[in-house]
Design a binder for this molecule. Structure first.
Ligand SMILES: [Zn+2]
Length: 599
């Protein structure tokens, strides 16, 4: 690479960074945050892609000045967490106030149109007495894994409607949604994912679900003892989507019956991250607002790389799944037990650790990282450098016109150098962004710019690379234990696409526009039954574990469609998570038994 950005700090410098820079960022009060402000947190309780960005009113004394101090402190804590990934993080008490404040500000909790919402007393009572430790034989647990019979009892109508009809229907059409939830949605794996065991526990029963109904009514605090009851309610209410919230101390559906309101609080939830292309509108040139293409999707690809590496290498998390949000972004769910029990303060600390861009897009230079570079920033730069050359300079060409080139010149801190570059580009117009980026070093090398500090220029260029490539997180999704996030595998009502997992090992292959729509999937089921004929001889490999058995197991509908590989990916993720939880429980039990013998 021709440019001079790549000088890595020496190991000694990195050590120094570890020792002294508690956070990768320098916190500078001059930046103008429009996000990461306490004022807007309550408005962003649910992650809604369609939501109009919340305007933050400028308070007379800027609230972020104080908050930045907090961030520094918390980032120190995050560095401590990062340095000791194997240590179990204890949940601390004291989040009651946060929970109540946040829930109070959330949209309607009883929707006006929800007359049909019956309180399921019998079921919820059952849920309340389920304990966390139902003994399960490990072998049985995995033998049973593929058995989805409990859901295939009621055969749906064989073909839905004619193919042409299907494709002309909207994704939100009730008939389409019913067929999807009935035939394609992976209820069993969703249940096992949230329950961490094949037999129902409070991890599932005390989990909040929130439904967005077709009339946009929003129902919070729904809970279900089993996945079958969740499925039944979804089929009855036919929400256009549903979200997943935390596990509470008690059954969320019964929270109002508690005599002591403070007894109801959020205990655990996956640590989540949200990256959305709308936050890149000031630097992507190919699309804007709700449109995306493969070129701008690369911003998500590079963001996933950087965040995923930090979560695994710096924090030691293992069970991370990335989910396509259905239109223009991706969500990460960190499912390790240690991550699920993080309190709000620790979540904010991790966000502080990861956050590098501060302030809104109109606020000028947003990156001010400390030197020597924090190891996380060095590693991120190594990942991002190629993306910057190819995906940003070559494919986005963000500084092609003189007007756009002003943005680059504004980011160059040496005014003499910026002026020299402006003169050069004025005299030879039409230079590409790649050429303009190379011009920075070329002009610097001529020695014609008075008092130019080359070390400072290198750092300045690193900051610009970060500004154009570093992940832009919607931090409100990550900061709070009780934040709700759209469930994997629901359908995005605008695009009809299913929110499928993204395979981080084959990240560059993921094509958001190639993700199947619900209408296409239903059509695939129809074509499958037409092709396989009346005798039902399926030529695809069945999941039947003993193929010699004679009674060939009937294929699930999702196995007949292009959703199959995504569900299989999710299934193996869930299986690994459950295995790990099992081991943790077993080790703990053995240790407890051992200590109980020691007297
Ligand atoms: Zn694009």
């Amino acid at each position: 690479m021709p440019h001079a950005v790549s000088d890595p700090p020496s190991p000694a410098q990195e050590d120094a960074a570890m020792a002294d820079a508690s956070s990768p960022n320098t916190v500078e009060a001059e930046s103008t945050p429009t996000t990461s402000n306490a004022n807007i947190e309550t408005n962003a309780e649910t992650s809604n892609e369609e939501a109009v960005p919340v305007k933050v009113e400028q308070a007379s004394s800027p609230p972020w000045v104080a908050e930045d101090d907090d961030d520094d402190e918390m980032a120190e804590e995050a560095t401590a967490l990062a340095a000791a990934p194997a240590v179990t993080i204890k949940t601390e008490d004291g989040s009651v106030k946060d929970v109540l404040a946040a829930t109070a500000a959330v949209k309607t909790e009883e929707a006006p149109a929800s007359g049909s919402i019956a309180v399921k007393t019998e079921e919820t009572e059952k849920a309340a007495i389920i304990t966390d430790t139902v003994p399960v034989n490990l072998e049985d647990m995995f033998d049973d894994m593929d058995d989805d019979d409990e859901f295939s009892g009621k055969p749906a109508q064989e073909t839905l409607t004619t193919t042409s009809d299907l494709l002309s229907l909207k994704a939100s059409d009730p008939e389409v949604m019913r067929s999807f939830y009935q035939r394609l949605f992976p209820w069993r794996y969703l249940f096992q994912w949230l329950n961490h065991s094949p037999t129902p526990t409070n991890d599932f029963a005390h989990r909040e679900f929130a439904f967005t109904l077709q009339n946009d009514a929003y129902l919070r605090y729904q809970s279900f003892p089993t996945s079958d009851l969740l499925r039944k309610d979804v089929l009855r209410l036919m929400p256009s989507r549903f979200e997943i919230g935390p596990v509470y101390t008690t059954n969320p559906a019964e929270r109002k019956t508690l005599s002591n309101a403070s007894a109801f609080k959020a205990l655990a939830k996956e640590l989540c991250f949200d990256i959305d292309l709308t936050d890149y509108d000031d630097i992507r040139t190919c699309c804007d607002k709700t449109t995306i293409c493969m070129r701008c999707w690369q911003f998500i690809t590079m963001a996933v790389r950087v965040v995923d590496a930090a979560l695994r290498d710096d924090f030691g998390f293992q069970h991370i799944i990335w989910i396509y949000s259905g239109r223009r972004g991706a969500h990460a769910w960190v499912c390790d037990k240690r991550a699920r029990s993080l309190d709000d303060q620790k979540r904010r600390a991790i966000v502080g650790y990861l956050e590098v861009l501060r302030g809104g897009s109109q606020g000028g230079k947003r990156v001010n990282v400390r030197r020597p570079l924090h190891p996380h920033i060095s590693r991120s730069l190594n990942v991002l450098r190629t993306h910057f050359q190819e995906d940003v300079l070559r494919d986005q060409d963000p500084w092609d016109t003189p007007e756009r080139a002003e943005k680059l010149l504004n980011l160059i801190t040496d005014r003499n150098l910026a002026d020299a570059l402006r003169r050069k580009w004025d005299s030879s117009p039409g230079r590409s962004s790649t050429a303009k980026w190379a011009d920075i070093d070329a002009v610097a090398k001529t020695g014609s710019v008075k008092g130019l500090d080359l070390k400072h220029l290198l750092e300045n260029k690193q900051d610009i690379v970060l500004e154009y490539t570093y992940p832009r997180l919607d931090v409100n999704v990550s900061k709070k234990l009780n934040h709700l996030l759209k469930s994997p595998f629901v359908v995005h009502p605008g695009t009809g696409r299913v929110c499928v997992p993204i395979d981080v090992n084959r990240l560059e292959e993921f094509d958001p526009l190639g993700v199947p729509t619900v209408q296409e999937l239903l059509q695939e089921i129809d074509s499958y039954s037409q092709n396989s004929g009346a005798n039902g001889s399926d030529d695809e490999p069945s999941q039947n574990k003993n193929g010699a058995g004679g009674d060939e197991k009937k294929l699930q509908d999702w196995e007949k469609t292009s959703l199959r590989r995504y569900i299989e990916q999710f299934r193996s993720f869930v299986l690994n998570l459950m295995k790990d939880e099992k081991d943790v429980i077993r080790v703990k039990r053995e240790r407890d038994e051992a200590t109980s013998m020691e007297f």
